[in-house]
Design a protein around this ligand. Structure first.
Ligand code: HAM
Length: 424
């Protein structure tokens, strides 16, 4: 019986993996230019980290998290996101003691038991940044600028993208806003979906990002969080808008943007693509000024975002970016063709030398005829075929064939590296 991949978890085959490598390399370089350094946290964490960090009542934790006991009965989870993990590591390793802002980035698989569709998987990949240690709205602006910079580097035009922006205030503002929402939704209670009826009691903010059409329609005229901001939160948001203007970064105010994770305070944003349909958020983020404390650290503010690599690849896949993958080794440039068994040992020795000189090279191990092997060499994009027969071997030479012109030459084995390096 065939064993297939788990639903919503996809293989990335070699041709597509090239594009992934290119995108990942661009992201790593972009974030490094902005001063972020990589942090790698485990894929498995205690389930409680996300229950406390992301919020017990969120869909991500309540419905979508992969939770399982280990052999001692400890409840573990496959991480559904990385902000809680990064903050846990920040506290655990005392990174706060180093002072200043900790600028951390990550890239890796996340897991959510969602209904798979275009741009939405159960195992998906996020790249993300977290800047922990400052309340300054200039840092929010810098983080948003970095999101745009990544898009620019990947060649995505600004016109095809837009930034949704909102401020959801601080924990002091929240009860007043929640109450206003509750009052607004209560008369519509019967028409809300069963989930939103529960949300009305637990956390009415979550009704604002419900995807059910009637709930969306009811939510259209709901109170706006920016009308419930305290003095400080208002000043913070105005500061951010000023900085975004200074950076000439456009945004669209979206009063319904509350984001599906409970740790957010003040700034929330999403960068979306006009080409993606329902799952249009290329990345999302915001401030989480209470999270470090919730997870047991000293009160420390933070801001960051994460983006889905699958969605980036989807938008990029519609463009031809193969010419930009040039610095990635896509396949052998040189293909060796030992004519018979007797030449295989020498071919292996030459291959080892070429590879150590950094020349991507290969040969056939499937026992195919010389003609078939030559076809394979052309198909894999090699520039040179190197023939190695009894005669060549006796003279310590190989016959090179330029596969683009058909031109042939005899080259001493000792000069091969220089010869090829000059030509490919
Ligand atoms: P999030 O909005 O849940 O935020 O996810 C961020 C991005 O990950 C989304 O905008 C989307 O591009 C991608 N994404 C989410 N779920 C899926 C899925 N099932 N399949 C494919 N892509 C997906 C967070 O995760 C926060 N930790 C972001 C953050 C960092 N906030 C502050 N710092």
């Amino acid at each position: 019986m065939k064993v297939e991949a788990v639903r919503g978890m996809t293989d990335i085959l070699p041709e597509e993996a090239l594009l992934w490598q290119y995108v990942e390399a661009e992201i790593r370089e972009a974030v490094a230019i902005y001063g972020y350094r990589e942090i790698r946290t485990p894929i498995v964490e205690r389930a409680e980290l996300f229950a406390r960090g992301v919020g017990e009542a969120t869909d991500i934790v309540h419905k979508e998290m992969y939770v399982f006991p280990d052999k001692k009965g400890q409840m573990l989870a496959l991480r559904p996101e990385a902000t809680a993990s990064v903050v846990r590591a920040y506290i655990e390793h005392g990174l706060h003691a180093r002072g200043g802002v900790a600028k951390l980035y990550y890239l890796g698989p996340m897991f959510r038991y969602e209904k798979p569709q275009k741009g939405r998987k159960r195992q998906f990949h996020q790249y993300g940044v977290e800047a922990i240690g400052s309340l300054d709205p200039a840092l929010d602006a810098e983080v948003i600028d970095l999101a745009w910079y990544i898009m620019e580097r990947l060649g995505l035009r600004r016109e095809g993208l837009f930034l949704r922006l909102n401020s959801i205030g601080c924990p002091e503002d929240r009860p007043r806003y929640r109450e206003a929402l509750r009052e607004y939704f209560l008369p519509h209670r019967e028409r809300l979906c069963p989930d939103c009826q529960r949300r009305l009691v637990e956390n009415p903010l979550r009704i604002l990002d419900c995807k059910v059409p009637t709930c969306q329609e009811i939510a259209r005229d709901a109170p706006r969080s920016i009308d419930y901001l305290c003095e400080e939160c208002r000043a913070h948001f105005e500061g951010l808008l000023q900085y975004l203007d200074a950076l000439e970064l456009a945004y669209e105010m979206d009063p319904k943007l509350v984001r599906g994770l409970d740790y957010y305070t003040r700034t929330v944003f999403e960068l979306a693509s006009r080409d993606l349909g329902a799952q249009d958020a290329l990345l999302g983020g915001g401030r989480y000024d209470g999270l470090v404390e919730v997870l047991g650290g000293p009160p420390t503010p933070g801001v960051g975002f994460a983006g889905g690599l699958e969605r980036l690849i989807l938008v990029l896949g519609e463009r031809d970016v193969s010419h930009r993958c040039y610095h990635i080794i896509a396949g052998p440039r040189v293909y060796l063709l030992p004519v018979g068994k007797a030449e295989v040992a020498e071919a292996l020795r030459i291959l080892a030398t070429l590879r150590r000189a950094g020349i991507p090279s290969d040969m056939d191990y499937a026992g195919r005829s010389l003609r078939k092997r030559l076809q394979a060499a052309a198909r894999c994009g090699a520039r040179y075929a190197l023939f190695l027969g009894e005669e060549e071997l006796s003279r310590s030479e190989v016959k090179t064939r330029d596969l683009s012109t058909g031109e042939e030459e005899y080259v001493p084995v000792g000069e091969l590296v220089d010869y090829l390096k000059r030509r490919i």
